[in-house]
Design a protein. Structure first.
Length: 329
């Protein structure tokens, strides 16, 4: 088993120093007594050690593995450039296996009962020989190549499933999971009571169709027809239905093609959409949304490259009633 060698710089005495180097005690008064006599006189993680003058003091260190924390060993291959020098020092156990996948964190050497080379000991699916996925930001098989840089990632998807970087690379009924297009879960129709009808619930966080809701048809019977797209990315006949679905209006008119798909900052969305932060709690929830819609003025920045004033200048934009309004001043 390989062991790390700890180099400790403790104290200023001349233990184990170069024979050609003389270190003299310039103090006119030698120490009257030691700070400790035994390890028990020191706190946890400390040892009572002596220098060449016999004076003992407490220093960090260990004598056996039990004195170290979880996944640590007492390393006795300690070289000191000063003293007092402890007999051992707590080091991380190179054979630790925090994720329990049978591969140790050590990149070389031997670990009884385990293989070595785990490049991420915090994720059980990451290990030598693991399945490389195309878009999860991990080197899954620990070969030094990540995502699409590793040709093996294309073989990780089930037969008939494509590899992807995001859900927009997949079909409408699929979403991107760790670099592979996966089938969206089935959404069976709910069992509604008499007088109720089905009401769309929009898209879930993966961009898949959420299960339908049951809706009292009489609730919005008198509402005028006013096609709108809600923040759950479902189109409704009026604002009353939006409220019944527990959502809010995103913009007037129905939702556009592939609106609501997850995206990343700076991405180009399909059709007449742009990547917008739709979080309502100060977080980040990036989704493709209809161009020209907004919640704050900054949402309108996507129009600067395509909109010009009559004199050819770039207009200022303000967000009014969830629409971007140009101001050529």
């Amino acid at each position: 088993m390989s062991r790390l060698v700890g180099i400790l710089m403790l104290g200023l005495c001349a233990c184990d120093a170069d024979p050609g180097l003389r270190v003299e005690n310039t103090s006119s008064t030698p120490p009257s007594s030691s700070a400790c006599e035994r390890d028990g006189d020191c706190g946890d993680g400390l040892l009572c050690e002596a220098c060449g003058d016999g004076f003992k003091t407490c220093v960090p260190g260990c004598r056996e593995d039990a004195q170290c924390g979880p996944n640590m060993l007492c390393n006795h291959n300690v070289q000191c450039l000063s003293c007092p020098c402890p007999s051992g020092w707590c080091d991380l156990d190179p054979c630790r296996d925090l994720d329990g996948d049978g591969f140790a964190a050590a990149l070389e050497g031997e670990c009884p009962g385990k293989q070595v080379g785990d490049c991420n000991d915090g994720l059980a699916f990451v290990k030598p020989g693991g399945t490389e996925r195309c878009a999860n930001g991990q080197d899954d098989d620990c070969n030094g190549k990540k995502d699409r840089a590793d040709p093996a990632c294309r073989e990780s998807c089930d037969q008939g499933r494509g590899f992807c970087s995001d859900s927009r690379s997949c079909r409408n009924d699929e979403f991107c999971e760790r670099g592979c297009c996966e089938q969206c879960p089935a959404t069976p129709l709910p069992s509604c009571d008499a007088g109720q009808v089905f009401l769309a619930a929009g898209l879930d966080d993966e961009g898949c169709t959420a299960p339908m809701l049951c809706f009292d048809a009489a609730r919005c019977a008198g509402a005028p027809y006013e096609l709108v797209c809600a923040r759950n990315f479902a189109s409704y006949s009026n604002r009353c239905e939006v409220a019944a679905a527990g959502s809010r209006v995103l913009h007037e008119g129905g939702c556009v093609y592939r609106e609501g798909e997850p995206c990343e900052e700076g991405d180009t969305c399909s059709g007449n959409a742009y990547c917008r932060n739709l979080s309502e709690d100060g977080g980040v929830k990036l989704r493709c949304a209809l161009r020209g819609t907004c919640a704050i003025d900054a949402d309108c920045a996507h129009l600067r490259d395509t909109t010009r004033c009559a004199d050819g200048g770039v207009p200022a934009f303000t967000c009014q009633a969830e629409k971007c309004v140009t101001d050529c001043g």
